[in-house]
Design a protein around this ligand. Structure first.
Ligand SMILES: [Fe+2]
Ligand SMILES: [Fe+2]
Length: 289
């Protein structure tokens, strides 16, 4: 029997890039892309409601013991040492505030779905660190820019979610598709993660308000509907790279950047952000656990 006869019984192998560009990967359906758990979706929704009552948050958090544990841990480390230990979610909400609890929970949801090493490799943890750090920075930038800081936290958190989608597609073997060479995957990640983030948002049925800041966080000038939010995401991401949140530190002149100028981030404001950054990242690390 010839080699050709043997191979003709199995389907021919196509290169990964070709498979990705063809859109064939979408046929795998929901199994092949990461999905937000129902609980995360519920949390994202309440995260945007400024009037959400404390007991509603406490109820949602209490549904998930891992999540509840994270909230207690972060609440205890944030509360003054002189005070008694916090032992309930209700108390956490009272002690550290609704916004802080919401932020912890939203970030913990993302981290719990994205840290699977079999799927995301060693980069998953760094990416989660980077995402949570960027989320906290996006709040600061949004305040500076006069944008909604709760929304900014969520799109800061999701800005690189497209990388998770691509990594999952690259690491789950598909019959007839050759795995991508590392350099090819790196290039694809760099150039396409914004668009794949948009795909993720649509699949997750998250509010449209996150679409532009996620898809255009590297090119805010392309954002059609929410250019200011996209610019907030861009600035927060650049700051995350300045501080090395989940990535290596990039030393660049930021004050000349037109978006930093647009938000009046001058030397003084940047100094203030520099001082707050390590504390923000400490919270981020605790959330990841
Ligand atoms: Fe990015
Ligand atoms: Fe990023």
């Amino acid at each position: 029997m010839s080699l050709y006869a043997a191979s003709s019984t199995s389907s021919p192998t196509i290169p990964w890039l070709q498979w990705m560009r063809s859109g064939e990967w979408q046929r795998g359906g929901r199994a092949s892309i990461p999905m937000l758990p129902a609980l995360a979706q519920e949390i994202m929704e309440i995260a945007l409601d400024p009037d959400v009552p404390a007991n509603r948050i406490a109820m949602v958090v209490s549904k998930d013991p891992v999540l509840a544990g994270r909230v207690l841990q972060v609440a205890n480390s944030a509360a003054s040492a002189a005070q008694n230990e916090i032992t309930s979610i209700q108390e956490s909400v009272v002690r550290i505030g609704v916004t802080s609890v919401r932020n912890i929970v939203t970030a913990a949801c993302l981290s719990s779905m994205m840290t699977d090493r079999r799927v995301y490799g060693d980069h998953g943890r760094d990416l989660v660190d980077h995402s949570i750090g960027t989320a906290y920075l996006a709040r600061l930038v949004a305040d500076q820019a006069g944008e909604n800081s709760d929304e900014a936290f969520v799109y800061g958190l999701m800005h690189d979610v497209g990388k998770f989608v691509i990594l999952k597609l690259a690491n789950s073997r598909t019959d007839g598709v050759a795995p991508p060479p590392p350099e090819e995957l790196a290039r694809f990640l760099a150039s396409e993660h914004g668009q794949f983030g948009g795909y993720f948002l649509r699949q997750s049925e998250l509010s449209d308000i996150f679409y532009d800041p996620v898809v255009w966080h590297h090119e805010p000038e392309q954002a059609g509907d929410r250019p200011v939010s996209a610019a907030v995401a861009y600035v927060a991401n650049r700051l995350a790279h300045r501080y090395g949140f989940g990535c290596s530190k990039v030393e660049e002149e930021l004050l000349e950047d037109p978006y930093f100028i647009q938000f009046r981030i001058d030397g003084k404001v940047l100094d203030r952000i520099d001082q707050r950054a390590p504390g923000l990242f400490e919270v981020a690390r605790k959330i990841v656990g």
